[in-house]
Design a protein around this ligand. Structure first.
Ligand SMILES: C[S@@+](CC[C@H](N)C(=O)[O-])C[C@H]1O[C@@H](n2cnc3c(N)ncnc32)[C@H](O)[C@@H]1O
Length: 299
């Protein structure tokens, strides 16, 4: 599979410039997606190794295709793919203090948004799931969450993770609607949201509501905080971390964690202000427009 059909990677040049400091080092890509960033990192390696993680089985399948030749080298393969959260890296003894570079490119891939059956987008009618996939058996879907939470908890999620101003009204409408029938599809949720906001605000409100539910269902901010707390113990001296975020809450968490580690004398911040994509990139790839990149180095 051509990785660009799956997802066009964002700020690749900036990422490589900051991340690749030793062609023989171990690199982690915590959010493989279609493997665009991972392929770019691999092309800069000599004897180095790339370990990639993704919670989504579709991403792992896409990367098995993209890195087929490398994986076929068996013991000598420079690529290892792990189906699961990037937090798994924190408990791997073999990586402790040995990682040269870590990349997190957070959020969703274009594949997840554009694949109707995944239910990540309000543009298609599909089961209201929104889980990245890997741990589907152990965590509730968006539909289960909306069935079990009370009105206030739903409003809090929409406000906190989506900064949705009509959060209370939408939560009230969700609770009223579920008294008649369970909310099982993206289409049902879309109709409820559309009834709560002005027609001109519908698209933005729908994006915010779906984003908020996705972040809550996958506990994305908790995962990020947990991982960032273990980053200094993974990196070797001079090793670097690059994080690309698409949401102000994520960026705030990265900024705060880097500052904390800098205050403890474990990381040096390399980007005083986050880097943004060049205008040409935003022109070419609209999904890059909200990207913010921060980097830090182990001292
Ligand atoms: C923006 S995409 C990454 C795109 C990738 N950089 C590329 O070049 O194609 C984000 C990916 O992160 C994955 N993801 C989100 N949270 C994760 C987590 N906690 N652990 C592992 N993967 C995660 C999603 O499933 C998605 O595939």
């Amino acid at each position: 599979m051509a990785e660009h059909l799956y997802h066009e990677p964002v700020m690749v040049r900036e990422t490589l410039t900051l991340l690749l400091t030793d062609p023989d080092g171990i690199y982690l890509d915590g959010t493989l997606g279609g493997g665009g960033h991972a392929a770019a990192i691999l092309s800069g390696l000599r004897e180095g190794k790339l370990i990639g993680f993704d919670r989504d089985p579709d991403a792992i399948a896409a990367c098995r295709g993209a890195f087929g030749e490398e994986l076929a080298r068996g013991e000598r393969s420079r690529v290892e793919l792990v189906h699961g959260s990037y937090v798994l890296a924190c408990s791997r003894e073999d990586l402790r203090g040995r990682v040269q570079g870590i990349l997190l490119d957070l959020g969703v891939s274009s594949h997840q948004l554009d694949e109707p059956s995944r239910g990540f987008s309000y543009r298609f009618d599909a089961p209201l799931d929104l889980r990245f996939g890997g741990d589907a058996a152990s965590e509730p879907s968006a539909a289960e969450l909306l069935a079990s939470l009370d009105e206030r908890e739903i409003a809090d999620i929409l406000y906190r993770f989506g900064e949705e101003r009509s959060s209370r009204r939408i939560a009230r409408a969700i609770v009223a609607a579920r008294r008649h029938a369970p909310i099982r599809t993206t289409g049902q949720l879309r109709a409820i949201v559309e009834r709560c906001v002005h027609p001109r605000q519908r698209t933005d409100a729908l994006s915010r509501v779906f984003q908020a539910l996705r972040i809550a269902v996958n506990r994305e901010l908790d995962e990020l905080e947990r991982f960032l707390s273990c980053v200094p113990s993974l990196l070797c001296r001079g090793g670097r971390i690059v994080v690309i975020t698409y949401h102000s809450l994520e960026d705030r968490i990265v900024k705060a964690a880097f500052r904390q580690h800098a205050a403890d004398g474990r990381l040096q911040i390399l980007t005083r202000k986050p880097l943004r994509p060049q205008p040409e990139e935003i022109e070419r790839n609209r999904r890059s427009r909200s990207a913010k990149l921060r980097a830090a180095e182990r001292v």
